[in-house]
Design a protein around this ligand. Structure first.
Ligand code: BGC
Length: 693
């Protein structure tokens, strides 16, 4: 429907314009953020809702999908697209217009409290997953909000910390997913981060918000602040922030949902005024300090965005908790599960009895704590998922339950059950196989203290492994944990936070109905000290500054640069079958190169291969990583089946950022590596990149 946005804005009073760009209370009590609209010119309200793992419409139920890190671990953009569509349909089912997802910050520190809400340490994998998710969301006439722009890589001190980061690292590592969201997926909305970047709060960052995001990349949607993350009135307005959220005080925002007294200490102090874009913005215009045209531009961005998702037309009905959404939640959980180690124990063959052991194995691992919490309609724990199989299941916690940090869905205080490692070991000794389910606790507002499993979970695994015939460890973690028992156990399966279908997916995986389809999107080092964030200056920072002195050497780029051997490298993940890779052949294509890789399933069952292509820009005149992911393709093959996968590598994948002169292509001789992981390389090909475009 054609809407004359300029004409509408001409009819608005200054107060009405301001209504369009700062949040208010949602009368229906469902939205996380709400713009009330203006009746006399038929501007409808705009409702924004959390979040990346499913809808949190003020405590209403929705499908609880696996955590974003699991989606990324699937290396399946088409699955991310399906997920985006489902998320959008659930958003619409609650009458909401904008979903506050996806989160695309780079996993810089392994302890990061929100790593489960993000995709990867690698910009390429992040970009591919993000673009597909956003495409899926927006194909359903719901707006996506890519967040948190930018360098929001830790929770500790998140409102104050300044990421002291080079332009090159921003351009090559932290910005690419945001850029692709704009340039490739035409995302509707971008959320600014709480933190500062090089000293300037992101809500006020004219260079990053106006110059880079809007002018350079051509972003024409609206920029929204994180909740209570607007730091000023005139500076933020001039810097390019379009919408302030939530525009109301904490106690108005969460009526009945959360007891303000219970909010974590890390919540920001209440602003002195209810809104920095409310009265103060009007006064700034009335006093002549700010040109009204600045406000008009923001309002037009909001209205244009609303038109682009059809807000002025009939709204999509959406759908909730459908069989297809339940199945999708289960599919993502199996496709994203990473088999880290296996001596042949998995998939389970003839077992009559399983001892399921673990402090929280009788609950589904829905997600981490914070704004991404979802309350599902249905959920299956590992114990329940395995017990419905044709096998005798016993359950022992072994150690007290790990308390999960929750913001919105605080579990009622339950009596701590009696537990005993000895009882768990006895159960393990009696069963054909022990499945030990362990987990971490990650949440918004706080980073993990270290990489050790909480409580006595390591002791529990060791005690079980000592007596059990076979021991399978299931990790339900947001990222790497130290695994002091690794050599004692038969198999280790990382299922992340698997969401509502946790137990069903686990049974599919253990019994081989599904193949663990995941490959690590994050390097699993041996200890937190292996990562670039091991000293205080780098993380969590000193005097409110976190120094990103590692530059572009984040994740596996850092491990490779410093010769650190990870426990499990980026891209690693075993299959239940085996694949042989043939010699790749490289041909020139219109945009760059086409790398054809013959792949054959040489095992005795169906399985998934993820062919990964890394580049080394040897021709660049500055220091570059040993390998950088530039492309991947996935195939599922039957036993004995073979195919050839073609991975496209663009000329732009050979670009590096020169702080003096900007993007440059590394022309000359470079290398490509084809691998099963960043460290399991099967072929190297030299490629020459010509001068030109
Ligand atoms: C989070 C955002 C979230 C917002 C609204 C903030 O604390 O950082 O990711 O969308 O709250 O709940």
């Amino acid at each position: 429907m054609g809407i004359d946005i300029d004409a509408i804005v001409d009819e608005l009073t200054l107060d009405e314009k301001i209504r369009c760009i700062h949040g208010a209370v949602d009368p229906a009590g469902k939205a996380t953020g709400y713009l009330p609209g203006v009746d006399h010119v038929d501007i409808p309200p705009l409702a924004l809702v959390d979040g990346p793992l499913g809808i949190r419409a003020n405590g209403e139920r929705a499908t609880a999908f696996p955590a974003s890190v699991a989606l990324a671990a699937s290396w399946r953009p088409p699955l991310a697209r399906r997920f985006g569509r489902a998320l959008a349909r659930e958003t619409a089912a609650y009458g909401q217009d904008v979903i506050l997802a996806p989160g695309v910050n780079i996993v810089r520190t392994p302890q990061g409290g929100r790593n489960f809400e993000y995709y990867s340490e690698d910009p390429h994998l992040t970009k591919r997953t993000a673009v597909a998710t956003i495409d899926g969301i927006e194909s359903e006439d719901v707006a996506a909000t890519v967040k948190h722009y930018v360098a929001n890589n830790q929770e500790t001190n998140r409102y104050e910390v300044s990421a002291e980061v080079s332009e090159r690292a921003l351009r090559e590592i932290y910005l690419p997913a945001f850029r692709a969201a704009v340039e490739e997926a035409d995302v509707t909305s971008v959320m600014t981060a709480y933190n500062r970047v090089n000293g300037i709060p992101m809500s006020d960052h004219e260079y990053l918000v106006s110059d880079v995001l809007k002018d350079e990349w051509g972003f024409d949607g609206f920029v929204v602040s994180d909740w209570w993350g607007t730091r000023s009135t005139v500076e933020a307005a001039r810097a390019g922030l379009d919408v302030e959220m939530p525009g109301i005080r904490v106690e108005e925002f969460v009526p009945g949902e959360v007891d303000v007294e219970d909010l974590p200490e890390a919540m920001p102090p209440l602003p002195d005024v209810p809104a920095l874009f409310g009265d103060p913005l009007r006064e700034a215009v009335e006093s002549g300090e700010l040109d009204e045209a600045v406000i008009d531009n923001k309002v037009k961005r909001v209205l244009r965005s609303m038109a682009s998702i059809g807000c002025f037309d009939e709204q999509p009905e959406g759908e909730l908790d459908t069989p297809a959404h339940r199945e999708l939640a289960r599919d993502i959980a199996t496709e994203g599960a990473v088999l880290l180690q296996n001596n042949g124990t998995l998939p389970l063959g003839d077992v009559d009895s399983l001892a399921v052991i673990g402090p929280n194995a009788d609950t589904a691992k829905l997600g981490g704590g914070g704004s991404s919490e979802v309350s599902p309609f249905v959920q299956t724990s590992p114990v329940e998922g395995l017990a419905v199989r044709d096998v005798n299941v016993t359950f022992e916690r072994g150690v007290p339950p790990v308390t999960e940090s929750r913001l919105f869905s605080n579990a009622a205080d339950e009596d701590v059950p009696e537990t005993s490692i000895d009882d768990a070991a006895d159960a393990a000794a009696e069963a054909d196989c022990a499945v030990v389910v362990v987990q971490d606790d990650a949440a918004e507002f706080e980073d993990r203290e270290d990489l050790t499993l909480l409580g006595q979970q390591d002791d529990l695994v060791e005690a079980v492994a000592e007596v059990a015939d076979r021991t399978i460890v299931v990790l339900r973690t947001s990222g790497p944990v130290t695994m002091p028992w690794l050599d004692l156990v038969d198999a280790v399966l990382e299922t992340w936070y698997a969401g509502q279908a946790d137990g069903e997916a686990l049974a599919d995986l253990l019994f081989g109905d599904a193949e663990p389809g995941g490959r690590l999107p994050i390097t699993f080092g041996c200890a937190a000290d292996d990562y670039p964030t091991s000293d205080d200056a780098a993380f969590p920072g000193v005097d409110d500054e976190a120094r990103y002195d590692e530059g572009i050497f984040v994740g596996y780029r850092y491990f490779d640069e410093h010769g650190i051997i990870p426990k499990f490298p980026f891209g690693h993940g075993l299959s239940y079958t085996s694949f042989a890779y043939g010699q790749p052949s490289v041909t020139r294509s219109e945009d760059g190169l086409a790398v054809a890789v013959p792949v054959e399933n040489t095992g005795d069952r169906h399985g998934k291969a993820v062919v990964q292509v890394y580049a080394q820009k040897t021709a660049a005149p500055l220091s570059t990583p040993e390998r950088e992911l530039v492309g991947f393709e996935v195939t599922s093959l039957d036993e004995g089946e073979q195919t050839s996968l073609t991975v496209s590598v663009n000329r732009s994948d050979f670009k590096y950022y020169d702080e003096g002169s900007g993007w440059k292509v590394a022309t000359g001789k470079n290398s490509l590596f084809v691998g099963r992981s960043s460290r399991d390389i099967v072929a190297k090909v030299n490629v020459s990149i010509a001068e030109g475009r």
